[in-house]
Structures are given as structure tokens and as C-alpha cells.
Design a protein around this ligand. Structure first.
Ligand SMILES: Cc1ncc(COP(=O)(O)O)c(C=O)c1O
Length: 407
């Protein structure tokens, strides 16, 4: 294997941000792979090495010193798997392209990615976090419990500026939020943040529907477990950001060990290539189902984001547990973003760890169900949901009322 192929970092030609004129669908297929043809390859190689031979200890010392100073990916061949991996670097390069950022840093899970961000800011003495509910339940819990020594102030988007303190290290929002699909005006919040980094969890939107860096977010986080992987077989997280912050994240990743496995890096790169197609097709299904749910007398409220997407949340008049127990084609399971459709009851699972009052005041009612819509035929999905919703009350509701139930 030539030394160029063994570089930890993706080659320079794949690390830079998207050249103007290339569409997202093109980037999704080619980013992180631009060097392959020149190397006589078509599929990206998977490098499973944990360590790499080096006969030049003096050179290694210099490269390790350079990494300790800036966190920039070491030049030349990789050193050790916890410091960086070439297959993972391809996924990072590709995701940075799609999000329009200088860099991206991958982690073992979305929670490991958020942990690394909090550790970076906490290590600078900036332990205060301003956050907008709802967030994914475990993100909420990590902040509320102060597990990493952080202190959180919860506010609504309009209250962000007033909640900032001299020791505020981060502002955190999800948009659309898990599980209510509430949307945040990212540009307005980024403006309110001033010099404090805004982290947008873009897991639900994906860069296909929304690129938060274009609206002023300094950090864009994904649970890559969801749409980026897209097939329910990879657990991963990633933060897309500028090179300076990426360097600090790599240093934390090296010191704390929440690295992504190279095989997961390979699967994520493969997942990215179909991301635009999957998100658009699943979103069309979701919009269709949102309309049918809004017109259904058994459903009291439907949440569907203005920007679209493949997530639909809805509240039922009846027992939500019966609906979860009644599906046959749809899988009752937590998580989201796979090719198949999943349903879950947030108050019981994804947001169970959040205090019940906090959960309810954030709009997560006990009757709310969250549907992650996949790529099945939409009529088959509706037939399953229709059956699971149980007996129909007589008479459909008027269209005007149906539309008013969709948010
Ligand atoms: C919006 C959001 N952010 C972060 C996470 C955490 O990601 P992971 O499960 O990959 O750690 C999740 C998980 O469901 C999520 O939905």
C-alpha cells in the first residue's frame, strides 16, 4: 500500500468545502471519494489497522507535538487508531462537504459527539449552556443532570440573548426538535448568540433539507445513527464545524476514546451516497401520511415541519400504547431514520428520562406518538396505521378542521 493511501486524513482534494456549482446530490455520491479513481479503486478501502509501523520516532514525536498544539490531523501516515483512521476520515470529509463546513469529526455515537463538545467548552472554563426544549431525551438528561459538570439554563428561542452569561460556552437547539418537530429560526438564534457558539442538532433535517452553518451555527451535530447511516445498522455521531473547533474535538476524542469504528465509517460513507434520494422519498411518504392523519377523527393533532422531512408526530384521542401494540408492518421501536418505518411513544421511551413536568411543558404530551417514515409503499403504511389506530368514529372531519390540526 502506498503511503498516500495510508494517510489518516482524507487527501486535500476531498477535505475542502464544496466547490461552487456542484449540487448536493453530486457531492453525496462523490465527496470523500475524489481520489479513488486515481488510485485504481472504485469502492473505498476499509482500513482496520489499530496501529501503524513507524521507524522514525523523532518524526513521530514532532507529529504528536503538532497534534497536541492544534488538533490538526497529523500529516503523513496514521499513527494509532484512536488518533485517526483513513476510512473514518473519508466519511468526515464527505459530511463536511454536505454541511458546508471546513471539517467534521466523527464519534462512536451522537451522545459521544455532544459529550466531546461539552468537554471542549468545559475545559475552557465555559461550563454554562443555554438550551431550548425539547431536545432528544438523553441530550436533555446529560445537561439537566450536569454529568459533565455543565450547568444549563432552559429557555425559548426568544430568550436566548437574555440567558447568556460570561461563562456561557454553548447554545444548543434541535430543529426540527425531537419529538415535537418544533422548528427554530436558526438565523435569529445565531444572531442572539453573539460570539457564543451555536450548536444545531441537525439529525432530523439532514443537510438535504437544512444546512445550519449557512444560518450562522458554528457547530452542526448529527446522530449519524439515523439518516446518515440510514439502514439501522450503524451507531455513530459527528460534529461538522470550522477547523479550529474540529482540532479541539479531535484532541478530546483522542483523550477520551469515543472513536468511530472504521467499518462504521465505511457504512456511513455508503449511506451518504443515497441520503438525498432516501430523504426525499421518505419525506414524500411522511407528508402524505401527515395529511391522512390530520384528516382522521381518531387523531387530535399532527406535527409536521414546514421544511418537510420524514418524521411525523401525532396525538391520538385513544390510548397511544394500543397504537404501538397494534402495528404489524411498521416496527414499534425507538430510533429513526432507517429505510423502514418505526413508531414509538416518546413519553415511554426516547424522552422517559426527562422529568414528566419538563417533558409536558416542552410539548411532549402523553398522547404523542412519533413516526419515523421509511421507504415502503405509502398505502401499505397507511393500511397498517389505520388498523393500529383502532375503530373509526363515524364521519370524517371537515377539511378545514383537518388542516388546522397540522402544524
Ligand atoms: C436528535 C438526536 N440527537 C442525538 C441523539 C443521540 O444519538 P445516538 O443515539 O447516536 O447517541 C439522538 C438519538 O436518538 C437524537 O434523536
Amino acid at each position: 500500500m502506498d503511503s498516500a493511501r495510508r494517510h489518516t486524513s482524507a487527501p486535500d482534494d476531498v477535505r475542502t468545502t464544496a466547490p461552487a456549482g456542484r449540487a448536493l446530490a453530486t457531492e453525496a455520491v462523490h465527496a470523500g471519494r475524489d481520489d479513488l479513481a486515481g488510485r485504481g479503486l472504485h469502492a473505498p478501502p476499509i482500513d482496520l489497522s489499530t496501529t501503524y509501523p513507524s521507524y522514525d520516532s523523532r518524526g513521530e514525536a514532532a507529529r504528536i507535538d503538532a497534534f497536541a498544539a492544534t488538533g490538526a490531523e497529523p500529516d503523513g501516515p496514521p499513527v494509532y487508531g484512536r488518533l485517526g483512521n483513513p476510512t473514518v476520515a473519508r466519511f468526515e470529509a464527505a459530511l463536511a462537504r454536505l454541511e458546508g463546513t471546513e471539517a467534521a469529526v466523527a464519534f462512536a455515537s451522537g451522545m459521544a459527539a455532544l459529550t466531546a463538545v461539552l468537554l471542549v467548552r468545559g475545559s475552557m472554563g465555559l461550563r454554562h449552556v443555554v438550551a431550548v426544549r425539547p431536545l432528544y431525551g438523553c441530550s436533555d438528561h446529560l445537561l439537566t443532570a450536569g454529568l459533565l459538570g455543565s450547568e444549563v439554563t432552559w429557555t425559548d428561542p426568544a430568550g436566548v440573548a437574555d440567558a447568556l452569561r460570561p461563562d456561557t460556552g454553548l447554545v444548543l437547539v434541535e430543529s426540527p426538535a425531537n419529538p415535537t418537530l418544533a422548528e427554530v429560526d436558526l438565523r435569529a438564534v445565531a444572531h442572539a448568540c453573539g460570539s457564543v457558539p451555536l450548536l444545531v442538532d441537525n439529525t432530523f433535517a439532514t443537510p438535504v433539507l437544512q444546512r445550519p452553518a449557512e444560518h450562522g451555527a458554528r457547530l452542526v451535530l448529527h446522530s449519524a445513527t439515523k439518516y446518515l447511516g440510514g439502514h439501522g445498522d450503524v451507531l455513530a455521531g459527528v460534529v461538522a464545524c470550522d477547523e479550529e473547533f474540529a482540532g479541539r474535538l479531535r484532541q478530546v476524542r483522542f483523550a477520551t476514546g469515543g472513536v468511530l469504528h472504521p467499518l462504521a465509517g465505511y457504512l456511513l460513507l455508503r449511506g451518504l451516497s443515497t441520503l438525498p434520494v432516501r430523504v426525499r422519498a421518505a419525506s414524500a411518504n411522511a407528508a402524505d401520511l401527515a395529511g391522512r392523519l390530520a384528516a382522521d377523527p381518531r387523531v387530535s393533532r399532527v406535527h409536521y415541519p414546514r421544511i418537510g422531512g420524514a418524521m411525523v408526530s401525532f396525538e391520538v384521542y385513544g390510548d397511544p400504547h394500543e397504537v404501538v401494540g397494534g402495528v404489524r408492518l411498521i416496527t414499534p421501536a425507538v430510533s429513526l431514520g432507517s429505510v423502514d418505518t418505526l413508531i414509538q411513544h416518546p413519553a415511554s421511551i426516547s424522552h422517559r428520562i426527562v422529568d414528566a413536568d419538563d417533558r409536558r411543558s416542552a410539548g411532549v404530551s402523553d398522547r404523542l406518538l412519533r413516526l419515523s417514515v421509511g421507504l415502503e409503499d405509502v398505502d401499505d403504511l397507511w393500511a397498517d396505521l389505520d388498523r393500529a389506530l383502532g375503530e373509526r368514529a363515524a364521519g370524517a372531519i371537515p377539511l378545514r378542521e383537518a388542516l388546522a390540526r397540522t402544524e
